[in-house]
Design a protein around this ligand. Structure first.
Ligand SMILES: *Cc1c(COP(=O)(O)O)cnc(C)c1O
Length: 390
């Protein structure tokens, strides 16, 4: 294969996704035609307001929320921060409690918000996972105290793809009058979410994980949830997240959500067929052990997190990059540091185990031909790296 027609196979869709061309079109239109301020009362403003309302409906529709319960933010990180800090601070002000329960394998947007709360006098419990990568209802029940205000547990994990039983976990919280938030950045648009049927109080979402633009996301807040905003200004987004709206981003997020609404029922299935193909091919071709991190049951169809004992993950990732294959070691946010992934540690992997692991996350850009090519290169490099040991 010559360098000129080197293939590019993107297997890191959990880090970010390319913008869907249909979404890019909508963003372009919003920039050149819908540039008015949606708060202005003349027609240029109301035109923008129509675009904003449409996007809000598209996001709400994908999780069966009411549009007025959707608040646009600058992304998943802000939605997560806003959810846990907004609810905890209001609860302390109202004298309803100061205890937050979360888990040890959340995204850093939740973990660091929890650290911040702890530094400011709140108490935080971080639940442990079982080796398969799940929070069991008993573990949650045991952590609840009379001071507990909020439980925040992610829906789909960004590294190992396990899907938590959030409907059941939310029900346990509601029995004790506790609010339930889920970071659904990795599940929104991929796994069905129904906030009414699942009885969720808050849900974080992000656009760039679903083929939309970066720097935009949303927080769903069920109406009536006592909530303190963290930003002060002109009162946009009902004051929950004030500031003139990021119109191109929001319109793109809406368009990306509408596309997911069409494709959600078939896409997860399609991804798991490709993912299973990749795993089967790798297992057939690699000499020696290949292990899957986390359970393959109740897992996002697109996620494969593999461990190749005696292979340094970083070397394998860089060798694959030269072949035009993009994947990641641990989560993208922690790459560049040599610390083992906190998610892999949380399911009991040692440092060396974590360092011999790679994450492959599939998406709309992949087809079977690419998967065959990726498998062939992975097998080649793993066998070569292992042969160098002896
Ligand atoms: C990507 C991600 C976030 C952060 O979202 P941004 O829009 O990048 O700020 C939060 N939680 C999870 C699970 C994620 O995968």
């Amino acid at each position: 294969m010559t360098r000129k027609n080197k293939p590019f196979v993107y297997l890191d869709h959990s880090a970010t996704t390319p913008v869907d061309p249909r979404v890019a079109d909508a963003v372009h239109q919003a920039m050149i035609k819908g540039w008015g301020n949606p708060s202005s009362k003349y027609s240029k403003g109301s035109d923008a307001k129509l675009l904003l309302d449409k996007a809000r409906q598209e996001v709400a529709g994908l999780i069966n929320a009411d549009p007025q319960e959707i608040f646009f933010t600058s992304g998943g990180t802000e939605a997560d921060n806003l959810a846990v800090i907004g609810v905890m601070e209001q609860a302390r002000k109202d004298g309803r409690g100061t205890h937050l329960i979360t888990t040890s394998f959340e995204h850093s947007a939740i973990l660091k918000a929890a650290d911040h709360l702890e530094e400011n006098g709140f108490t935080v419990t971080r639940l442990a996972l079982n080796a398969d990568g799940f929070i069991t209802p008993d573990v949650l029940k045991a952590a609840i105290t009379s001071d507990t205000v909020l439980v925040s547990i992610m829906h789909v994990n960004n590294e190992i793809g396990t899907i938590q039983p959030i409907r059941e976990l939310a029900a346990i919280c509601h029995e004790s009058g506790i609010l339930f938030h889920t970071d659904a950045v990795q599940s929104y648009g991929k796994v069905p979410i129904d906030v009414k049927m699942m009885n969720l109080d808050m849900v974080s979402m992000s656009s760039h994980k679903i083929y939309g633009p970066k720097g935009v996301g949303a927080l769903y807040v069920k109406s009536g949830v006592p909530f303190a905003s963290r930003q002060f200004g002109g009162g946009q987004e009902s004051g929950v997240r004030t500031g003139t709206e990021n119109m191109p981003g929001i319109v793109g997020f809406g368009a990306a959500s509408a596309i997911c609404a069409e494709e959600i029922s078939s896409e997860n299935q399609k991804m798991s067929i490709l993912r299973n193909k990749l795993l089967t091919l790798i297992r057939e071709g690699v000499d020696g052990e290949v292990l899957v991190n986390g359970s393959l049951e109740n897992r996002l169809g697109a996620n494969l997190n593999l461990r190749f004992p005696d292979v340094e993950g970083e070397s394998l990732m860089l060798a694959l990059d030269l072949d035009g294959i993009a994947c990641s070691t641990g989560s993208a946010c922690s790459s560049g540091s040599t610390k083992p992934s906190h998610v892999l540690s949380s399911i009991g992997l040692s440092g060396p185990d974590a360092h011999s692991s790679l994450r492959f996350t599939l998406g709309r850009t992949n087809d079977e031909k690419q998967i065959r090519y990726a498998a062939e290169r992975i097998i080649h490099h793993v066998n070569k790296l292992r042969a160098m040991l002896f």
